[in-house]
Design a protein around this ligand. Structure first.
Ligand code: SF4
Ligand code: ZN
Length: 311
């Protein structure tokens, strides 16, 4: 097997996909990603007539590729519209640059962008909150993730978004599956999958905007390569707070993937086969969605997680 020449046309290869045993040149690589994502969008019915898609745009490679590809796939449809929603967490350094990149991308693609911040919504930036609470690296992402999801869901609803689109790639999804498994968090596992509208079926669940993840079967390395080769503006640097269990699980999965090629696909595909069974078991136990008595947002307790953390 020639790893340096494209298996399809013989031109110089930019990647060798060991899980498929093929090498691809720039053109064939870009097309193969576009084709795979289109197929995923169609197969899982991610887009329906009348949809207004809100792409969660962080300025990193994953969300940049998600926005670019969704725009390529449905940008010309008169019955579907796309907007970008960005969140300024208030992290000095890398995230400032990320936001700049997101503005650049929206201009390039001519997409309407809406930006919200932790400071406006919760009264403090993430940096200030971390300092105030003396949080260690292991706790920051948990707080930040809850806060971002709260803002995205609320603002998406206010902006009349019908689906929230996320740039989670194959590695992210495999990590999330393993993390829920390690933590024993079964209800949260129901929120994984290519299309997430589990909670919307419960009483009061229409407050949750369904989520779609079109990059769920693209390995992280390939999303990065696609972003670079397609010339998309994105921030290459990681957030300074990234840490905790996710990083350990990521390392372990990458090690396993090196030894057992295709393992991440297996983790995700096996989980998908189990998911309907997990949902069925939980369906009988799940109660109606509650409205937070402080902010009015949906959640499973009297006071939602975001209010518990910030107010
Ligand atoms: Fe927030 Fe963690 Fe992401 Fe940084 S890495 S933006 S702290 S979730
Ligand atoms: Zn609340």
């Amino acid at each position: 097997m020639q790893k340096s020449k494209c298996s399809k046309c013989g031109a110089k290869a930019v990647i060798f996909r060991d899980y498929e045993g093929v090498a691809l040149c720039r053109g064939h690589f870009l097309r193969s990603i576009e084709k795979r994502v289109k197929k995923v969008v169609r197969k899982h019915g991610m887009i329906e007539p009348g949809d207004r898609i809100g792409v969660a745009l962080s300025g990193g490679k994953d969300s940049a590729v998600a926005l670019h590809l969704m725009n390529m796939i449905v940008g010309n449809r008169p019955d579907v519209s796309i907007i970008a929603i960005s969140i300024n967490e208030g992290i000095r350094g890398s995230r400032d640059l990320a936001l700049k990149k997101s503005v650049e991308l929206c201009k390039k693609l001519d997409i309407e962008q809406h930006t919200f911040s932790y400071k406006e919504e919760f009264g403090k930036s993430l940096d200030e909150k971390v300092k105030e609470m003396g949080l260690g690296k292991d706790d920051v992402c948990g707080l930040c993730g809850v806060s971002r999801r709260w803002i995205l869901n609320k603002k998406a609803r206010e902006l009349k978004v019908t689906k929230l689109c996320f740039g989670m790639n194959l590695d992210d999804e495999a990590e999330s599956i393993m993390m829920n498994y390690v933590r024993g968090d079964i209800p949260r596992a129901c929120r994984l999958g290519p299309v997430t509208k589990y909670s919307t079926k419960r009483k009061g669940g229409d407050m949750f905007i369904p989520r779609i993840k079109p990059l769920r079967w693209i390995p992280e390395k390939e999303v990065g390569l696609y972003a670079r080769l397609a010339g998309l503006p994105f921030r290459p640097k990681e957030c300074k707070y990234r840490g905790g269990l996710r990083v350990d699980v990521e390392k372990a999965l990458l090690d396993l993937e090196k030894k057992h090629v295709g393992l991440m696909f297996t983790v995700v595909n096996t989980f998908d086969r189990m998911l309907p069974g997990i949902k069925k078991t939980l369906d009988s136990k799940e109660t109606a969605i509650k409205k937070c008595k402080i902010c009015g947002e949906p959640g499973s307790h009297e006071v939602c997680k975001a209010c518990e953390l910030w107010r």
